[in-house]
Design a protein around this ligand. Structure first.
Ligand code: NAD
Ligand code: GLY
Length: 368
């Protein structure tokens, strides 16, 4: 990795009038109230949106920090899980916002992982045609990826994240210490998303991840901060270059076309998002080899890395028709064409829009 600066704590995501800071600092959760004071002229009403699990752990701490700085805080606490990333939960958030009578300039705070962050962002985009929102991500996945970049959404029975908007947060406030309460399986799923940046655009970071895999799983403070910094820098660079995914941002979807199909075919109940994306990435790597875009061995190299990270690497068994049908519902497709993110090398991904379905059938059959 070129320059790892573990001391830098703030990145600016420069998007003109939609610019914002990503603040990364162990222990910064208590400082949110002050930071919000710097962001808004006068403290007023705000709402913290979270889920039952995260609220039990961190709601009081965040609430205190805000109240100490003059904020009048209300809460909306949702059930926990991807299966609640729905229109019902969205309605519950809307009801809570109406009930609290938040006005156009009063912010919502997403306190949780990617599910809470995506839903809160979408609600913020819609309520009164847009109110400010703050991301306080509490999972590895959310700290290295989903809290930055303004993709917000809820799921529909016909597909994941099908209803949503690009809507940027006003601040991303990352406290790596909150990860100490996270389940090891969730930590590992988040590492899959961190490895992704190495695969797409930074071979040296891929090597770094391999060398530090045990230490980041053990939540070594220095290595964890280094990893989050590197990922946020990558994410910010990509988003600044292509906010609404007209070009290179699509590369961040490596593994997602197959991964979303795995999630949908297993009814969002068997695998975590990061696990499904890891398996999807292995499939993309095999397809890249099969089509001659990458030299042989790349799939094996990635599998070794995922195994070190404790991620699942056995692709679930479904018919080729089921795979193609599930992928046909992916929102990243253009018309009837399914888009794939493939690899030339570790560190070099590209978008392939003209993959013959016969090649996908061959890929699926290769898993027996
Ligand atoms: P999640 O939000 O469901 O969180 C995982 C689990 O960890 C949940 O049970 C949660 O309650 C719990 N949890 C969260 N923080 C905790 C903490 N500090 N201590 C203990 N438990 C904690 O899952 P996720 O992996 O964070 O996010 C997945 C979602 O993110 C998916 O819906 C995916 O579509 C979305 N996503 C969005 C983007 C984006 O750019 N917007 C990118 C990647 C993924
Ligand atoms: N996580 C993919 C993106 O933000 O574009």
């Amino acid at each position: 990795m070129s320059e790892l600066d573990t001391h830098t704590q703030v990145y600016r995501v420069d998007l003109g009038t939609r610019s914002y800071d990503i603040h990364i600092e162990p222990g910064c959760l208590d400082g949110l109230g002050k930071a919000m004071g710097d962001l808004f002229d006068t403290p007023s009403r705000c709402m913290i949106i979270s889920n039952v699990t995260v609220a039990t752990l961190y709601m009081a701490q965040v609430r205190n920090s805000l109240e100490q700085h003059g904020w009048q805080v209300s809460e909306c606490i949702l059930p926990d899980g991807e299966r609640y990333k729905t229109m019902d939960s969205f309605s519950r958030i809307m009801d809570a916002l109406m009930h609290a009578r938040l006005s156009r300039n009063e912010p919502v705070i997403a306190l949780g992982g990617g599910v809470v962050g995506d839903m809160t962002g979408f609600a913020a985009a819609c309520y009164r045609r847009g109110i400010p929102f703050i991301q306080v991500p509490t999972t590895v996945l959310a700290q290295v990826d989903s809290s930055v970049g303004g993709k917000t959404a809820i799921n529909h029975p016909h597909g994941k994240n099908m209803i949503g908007a690009f809507y940027q947060p006003r601040l991303v406030w990352i406290d790596p210490l909150v990860l100490t309460t996270l389940d090891i399986r969730e930590i590992r799923a988040g590492l899959g998303e961190a490895i992704k940046y190495g695969l797409i655009r930074d071979a040296a970071f891929f090597d770094w991840m391999q060398q530090h895999m045990q230490r980041v799983q053990d939540l070594d403070a220095g290595d964890l901060s280094t990893m989050i910094h590197a990922c946020c820098r990558h994410k910010a660079e990509v988003v600044m270059a292509d906010e609404t995914e007209q070009g290179i941002r699509a590369l961040l979807n490596l593994g997602h076309t197959f991964g979303h199909a795995i999630e949908s075919m297993t009814h969002y109940s068997e695998f975590l998002h990061g696990e499904a994306v890891a398996m999807g990435t292995l499939m993309a790597a095999r397809l890249s080899e099969q089509l001659g875009y990458a030299g042989s061995g790349i799939e094996e190299q990635i599998r070794d890395c995922y195994q070190q990270a404790g991620l699942p690497t056995a692709i679930p068994n479904f018919s080729a028709d089921a795979w193609l049908d599930a992928m046909g519902h992916d929102k990243k497709n253009i018309g009837d064409r399914i888009r794939y993110i493939l690899l030339h090398n570790i560190g070099k991904a590209f978008v392939a829009e003209h993959v013959d379905p016969a090649a996908i059938r061959q890929l699926i059959h290769s898993y027996g």
